[in-house]
Design a protein around this ligand. Structure first.
Ligand SMILES: Cc1cc2nc3c(=O)[nH]c(=O)nc-3n(C[C@H](O)[C@H](O)[C@H](O)COP(=O)(O)OP(=O)(O)OC[C@H]3O[C@@H](n4cnc5c(N)ncnc54)[C@H](O)[C@@H]3O)c2cc1C
Length: 358
């Protein structure tokens, strides 16, 4: 695997592990996977422990490290919950960068305890900035705010009352359209969540399409009036937290595989060694980049490597485990299905490769 950094950097020691959190989320993983329960109780448990807003906002100087450790530990137990935790944290990060107002302060307080779910639909913005499509929501300026119309095809944490940050295009009659970032709440007039589709995994994450039909975002809900600059500022945090949930899955599957490699399965020894090196490289770069802001290409490469490593690890775990890994109810098969989400989660594998070639 191509990496831009030495895998043996000493900073790896600073990515904290929380075994008790892993154990807790492992217990609820089967229900959250199938959708028998959803991710909100887990978010509230983390909120009670004060783990949702540690180091908020990311200072790029190591303040995010404890949170990355939490995300990784949750993902070792349950990727659905770790993905939802990423969405919650991004909601917090976006609002923490918004102009302060009583409305923003109220949302931040409720998001930090997990009482309210947070979500972000930045995928279309990131795609547009890479020259891949156009932001689908149009914002019409009116006195005191913006009127929003359009459909966002995928957003997670779409629970009743959730705060959703989304990009929108302000059409200018003369000149170039502007891009803004605004927030709405699920349940507001004109904000509709389509029926939740049945997914291969992550069914408890309330992921679906969000339709805006004349929804209102007042001035307090204007997170940024300069979307490209906002995305440039948030990109490293966004990708580091995603890389942390990939890393959690990779670590868990690698350990599960390692525990079963003996006797005839020793033929997988070399694969395991390569995997361990890749996992160590991902974790070292996670810790390093959280402390010292990386070049954009370095964090893009990390996110790609983290997702690929998780996929390889889940596959090795399955191959080593044998028939038991094919039982639908087992953790191995869940992790294998979860790993298939990583190449299609924005930025997709294709999008990351595209950015690295540009
Ligand atoms: C369960 C679920 C939850 C989600 N939650 C959220 C969320 O909370 N927030 C959010 O913002 N998004 C969310 N998404 C959306 C997700 O982030 C992606 O935007 C989406 O899955 C990408 O799918 P698409 O259909 O838009 O594919 P496209 O982006 O159209 O890509 C289709 C295919 O083309 C490839 N591709 C794309 N661009 C290039 C390129 N330039 N060169 C080569 N290949 C390319 C991709 O890798 C993919 O294989 C979620 C998606 C799912 C499935």
């Amino acid at each position: 695997m191509d990496t831009l950094n030495d895998s043996a950097t000493p900073t790896v020691a600073h990515l904290p592990e929380r075994p008790e959190v892993t154990e807790d989320f492992l217990a609820s993983a089967p229900g959250v996977d199938t959708g028998e329960q959803d991710v909100r109780p887990g978010l509230r448990r983390l909120g009670e422990l004060g783990l949702l807003d540690t180091g908020l906002p990311d200072d790029g100087r190591g303040g995010l490290l404890p949170f990355l450790g939490t995300v990784e530990s949750v993902a070792r137990g349950c990727l659905s919950s770790a993905f939802s935790l990423w969405a919650q944290r991004m909601g917090l990060e976006y609002l923490a960068r918004a102009p302060r107002s009583p409305w923003v302060d109220e949302q931040l307080a409720l998001l930090a305890t997990g009482e309210r779910a947070g979500a972000g639909a930045l995928a279309p913005a990131m795609k547009e900035l890479s020259g891949l499509g156009t932001v689908p929501v149009v914002a019409r300026p009116e006195r005191g705010g913006h009127r929003l119309t359009g459909t966002l095809p995928w957003v997670s944490n779409l629970f009743p009352g959730a705060v959703v940050a989304l990009p929108a295009r302000v059409e200018e009659p003369a000149g170039e359209d502007r891009r803004i970032l605004v927030a709405v709440r699920v349940g507001d007039d004109g904000v509709r969540v389509r029926d939740l589709p049945r997914l291969m995994a992550l069914n408890g994450t309330a992921s679906s399409s969000l339709e805006l039909d004349g929804a209102w975002a007042n001035e307090e809900a204007l997170v940024s009036d300069d979307l490209p600059a906002f995305c440039a500022g948030i990109r490293t945090t966004f990708l580091l937290v995603q890389s942390a949930f990939c890393s959690g899955l990779a670590v868990e599957s690698t350990e599960q595989a390692a525990a079963r490699i003996h006797g005839t399965t020793a033929v997988f020894d070399d694969d395991l060694q390569v995997l361990r090196d890749d996992v160590a490289s991902v974790r070292a770069r996670l810790a390093e980049f959280a402390q010292e802001p990386p070049e954009p290409a370095q964090v893009t490469q990390l996110r790609l490597d983290a997702a690929l490593t998780a996929g390889t690890a889940a596959r090795l775990e399955s191959a080593v485990r044998g028939g038991a890994s094919f039982a639908a109810a087992g953790h191995s098969s869940r992790r294998l299905r979860e790993s298939l989400f990583l190449p299609i989660q924005s930025p997709t594998e294709g999008h990351l490769r595209w950015d690295l070639r540009r």
